[in-house]
Design a protein around this ligand. Structure first.
Ligand SMILES: [Zn+2]
Length: 67
């Protein structure tokens, strides 16, 4: 799979906390958070290795608590 080759990059994120699902493409850890760039574009920043990448679309997920 190569997300860069398959059109718009989409990320699922929790609306409240900004936690972004899915592994970091640099270090593989699932510790990413939504960030907004100066031009109002969305991206995700890995809290582990500080790798930042842009995304084209954010799909918000409500809640996230299991119980
Ligand atoms: Zn990372």
């Amino acid at each position: 799979m190569s997300p860069d080759e398959t059109g718009p990059r989409k990320v699922r994120a929790l609306r409240v906390s900004g936690y972004a699902f899915g592994p970091c493409t640099a270090c593989g850890k699932e510790t990413r958070a939504l960030v907004m760039f100066d031009d109002y574009g969305w991206g995700v920043e890995c809290l582990e290795c500080k790798h930042v990448e842009r995304v084209d679309e954010v799909e918000y997920v409500e809640g996230g608590e299991e119980s």
